[in-house]
Design a protein around this ligand. Structure first.
Ligand SMILES: Nc1nc2c(ncn2[C@@H]2O[C@H](COP(=O)(O)OP(=O)(O)O)[C@@H](O)[C@H]2O)c(=O)[nH]1
Ligand SMILES: [Mg+2]
Ligand SMILES: [Zn+2]
Length: 316
């Protein structure tokens, strides 16, 4: 019998799909689909709408994935050939960052935001563990600087704490009625935030190891959770780096809104904003109108596209 449903849990090798009548079934992906997604570690992601055929034992085979409205995808590791779709059919991607333990790098933030721009997923940032920053010397200055940087570009940024409750009302309001992907390094507090927003889910939360200030990988699969006021959040395993994929060299600036805006005034239409005379972006960086960190991230993605060019053309 054929059914349609939405993928609510996925480890990559198995999926749990919620059918329209609310039943949840364990699924495997049909072998042929795996081949089609050869370079992708998961041809089916949480948020996907899938067609499946139920088997007598109560499990099902996923036969097809409906076209995605959008998705967030990353390269499994830097310049690796494998891709990972982190979530599909999203209203919002919330990047959870921490500026204390662990420290999320600006490169990570910028690569994530650029990917969201490229795949047309609205993005926002939660700077979690705000309580720790308030306790640290210069912590509030760091918080304001990072929040200010991304707000100026146009992103919604909020400071949150699952310990003090700071920012949780604001976060609740932002997520209401939407399907939101939570992403970020391990140990930044994604699962803790969901636990704070959804009474009773009790997702496993990891300890940040003292030795490396990195979270243990407590969340091992992606999972969609219903929000009490309507909407859904997708908890994901933490990722170390964020490799961007299939960006055209000339397109990279499009994914940095402030660089794109400044670039309209460059002398040459095909300016790469790296060395050209009359480059308005270089001038804006010089005058600190564009943050050094953002420009460095732009260059790092540009470098990846140079080495990846031709080798990894669009997988889809
Ligand atoms: N001080 C502080 N610790 C937090 C906060 N949120 C989470 N943590 C801690 O950070 C660690 C990692 O949290 P977890 O939710 O597993 O992070 P995840 O890997 O992003 O899902 C746990 O020890 C949490 O108790 C916060 O807002 N403030
Ligand atoms: Mg987690
Ligand atoms: Zn330029």
């Amino acid at each position: 019998m054929n059914e349609r449903g939405i993928v609510i849990r996925s480890t990559g090798s198995w999926q749990e799909v919620r059918l329209r009548d609310g039943r949840e079934v364990q699924c495997k992906v049909k072998g042929t689909m795996r081949l089609m997604g050869l370079r992708c570690t998961n041809p089916v992601a949480v948020g996907d709408v899938v067609d499946l055929s139920l088997r007598d034992d109560g499990t099902a085979l996923i036969a097809a994935v409906e076209p995605r409205r959008n998705y967030v995808i990353r390269r499994s590791s830097n310049l690796s050939r494998e891709f990972q779709i982190i979530g599909a059919n999203l209203d919002l991607a919330l990047l959870v960052v921490s500026l204390s333990q662990p420290l999320t790098s600006t490169t990570f933030i910028d690569r994530f935001l650029a990917t969201c721009e490229a795949y047309r997923v609205p993005a926002a940032i939660a700077i979690n563990k705000a309580d720790m920053l308030h306790d640290e010397e210069d912590g509030d200055e760091l918080l304001d600087a990072v929040a200010g940087l991304y707000r100026t570009i146009g992103y919604t940024v909020m400071a949150t704490s699952t310990v003090s409750g700071e920012g949780l009302e604001e976060l609740r309001a932002l997520l209401r009625g939407k399907t939101t992907l939570l992403s970020g390094n391990s140990g930044v507090g994604k699962s803790s935030l969901i636990n704070a927003l959804v009474p009773g889910v009790e997702l496993r939360v990891g300890r940040v190891s003292d030795a490396h200030n990195k979270g243990t990988h407590t969340t091992t699969f992606s999972e969609m959770i219903d929000l009490p006021g309507g909407g859904h959040v997708i908890d994901t395993p933490g990722v170390k780096g964020f490799g961007t994929i299939d960006f055209e060299r000339t397109q990279v600036a499009h994914y940095f809104p402030e660089i794109f805006a400044a670039g309209r005034s460059c002398r040459y239409g095909d300016c790469t904003h790296t060395h050209e005379p009359g480059c308005a972006v270089l001038e804006a960086v010089e005058r600190s109108l564009i943050a050094q960190s953002r420009y460095a991230s732009y260059l790092s993605i540009l470098e990846d596209t140079a080495s990846a060019d031709d080798k990894y053309r669009k997988p889809y």
